[in-house]
Design a protein around this ligand. Structure first.
Ligand SMILES: [Zn+2]
Length: 417
């Protein structure tokens, strides 16, 4: 009796009542089962039109998994009616706690998906003694609901980013909303081609695209082309995060070349395990790392020269006026082109070619948070790292929407996590 009282507090269905409560073996394990019956004289709802229709017949009872209590799994047991709809024929009725062939109730799916935001999907499956696939379906349900019910109004600032997945064999294109207070993942899809981003703009719609004021992106030519075509009114900004990433890629390329050289010459590999010393900003290093970096800086290595060029370039971001920043950029490019560091020279040429778009960063300064893209990129990477078991891009997409999409959740009374 108490269980029914509690259930009616958290999960009351207008046209249904709770019946007997008992313990029963389900899949070989003792579980708590609660019968559900339709209210007397109530008529079933057609799943197609949502109208109440006459009962055609009744199907055998089915189990619907609900939230576990203590150590017991909990199931609703209900024999669905079939409706006879003059418009849609004979259909299994729509139910307020679950749908289709899915065995989980809506509440249980929402409950699992909430845990899946905090833990890896595998951990959630372990804790609730269920399968990884069950957790996947739960998250998928919540994400589908959220995508169908979210609002895309008021999006005026977006960032386009790409992430290498599956050890760099594939790419995902991500589009973020960057408006202060509303930063979230708007869209993601495999590949990073022009047509990938074109699809985003198609789905986003002409009207909304026309309202975009800022688009942050990196120097990836297919993206730049599409942005210029689909949001010509927006200021396309090559942002700090994406530009500094190019520097790091160049430094890493130089470092790898030198390591190879050391090996070929039989020299001591002084760069061994020094990768992060070079890629991190000096202010982010620990004291011990700083000492090691100082030792490294004394050596006359190409990696170090690249590193110093990058650190020198950081001054660029401190300019207040675009024209002064532009002069600094030209100067830096000239100096870099005089070195023999090919990867760095490539960066210099790229910067030179895209100078106006880079200077847009200064035009938008104060209106656009410079760290927004970087923050979202980090979170996306963290989601992927936590996500061992994501073997397909589809799973990965769902996980990203789930953790970064700020999607509206279905109505839900329980606040267990
Ligand atoms: Zn109907």
């Amino acid at each position: 009796m108490l269980i029914k009282t509690l259930l009616n507090k958290v999960e009351r269905f207008k046209s249904f009542v709770y019946g007997a409560v008992y313990v029963k073996l389900v899949d070989g394990v003792e579980a708590l089962v609660i019968d559900i019956e339709p209210r007397r004289n109530s008529r079933p709802i057609c799943p197609e039109c949502g109208k109440r229709r006459n009962t055609y017949d009744r199907r055998p009872p089915r189990l619907f998994e609900y939230l576990p209590v203590w150590t017991f799994k909990v199931y609703f047991r209900y024999a669905p009616r079939r409706v006879s709809c003059p418009e849609h024929g004979v259909k299994v009725e729509a139910l307020p706690w679950g749908h289709g062939k899915e065995r989980m109730t809506f509440s249980y799916q929402i409950y699992l998906s909430r845990w899946a935001k905090r833990l890896s999907w595998k951990e959630v499956a372990d804790i609730f003694e269920t399968s990884w696939d069950t957790v996947f379906r739960a998250v998928n349900f919540v994400v589908d609901y959220g995508l169908a019910h979210r609002s895309l109004e008021g999006v005026t600032e977006i960032g386009v980013d790409e992430i290498a997945v599956f050890k760099g064999h594939k790419y995902l294109t991500l589009v973020y909303q960057l408006n202060a207070g509303a930063r979230r993942l708007l869209w993601c899809a495999p590949e990073r081609k022009a047509k990938t981003l074109l699809r985003f703009f198609q789905e986003f719609g002409k009207e909304r695209s026309a309202k975009l004021q800022f688009v942050c992106s990196d120097m990836w030519a297919p993206y730049l082309k599409v942005i210029a075509k689909k949001a010509p009114q927006a200021l396309n900004i090559l942002d700090r995060f994406h530009i500094m990433r190019k520097f790091n890629e160049a430094i890493d390329e130089i470092r790898r070349g030198e390591v190879k050289q050391f090996k070929a010459n039989g020299q001591e590999n002084v760069l061994e395990r020094k990768r992060w010393l070079l890629l991190k900003r000096p202010e982010n290093l620990s004291e011990k790392q700083t000492v090691r970096l100082d030792e490294l800086l004394k050596l006359n290595l190409a990696s170090i020269k690249g590193y110093l060029l990058r650190e020198d370039f950081q001054r660029f971001w401190e300019y207040q006026r675009p024209d002064f920043a532009g002069k600094f950029l030209d100067n830096w490019v000239t100096r870099t082109l005089q070195t023999d560091l090919e990867p760095m020279k490539k960066v210099a040429k790229m910067l030179s070619k895209h100078k106006p778009m880079i200077l847009n960063w200064f035009k938008a300064k104060g209106q656009l948070s410079s760290g927004a893209v970087e923050g979202l990129n980090l979170k996306a990477k963290l989601t992927m790292r936590k996500a061992y078991g994501f073997k397909t891009l589809k799973c990965l997409k769902i996980a990203l929407y789930h953790t970064l999409g700020k999607l509206p959740a279905p109505d839900y009374h329980h606040r267990f996590c």
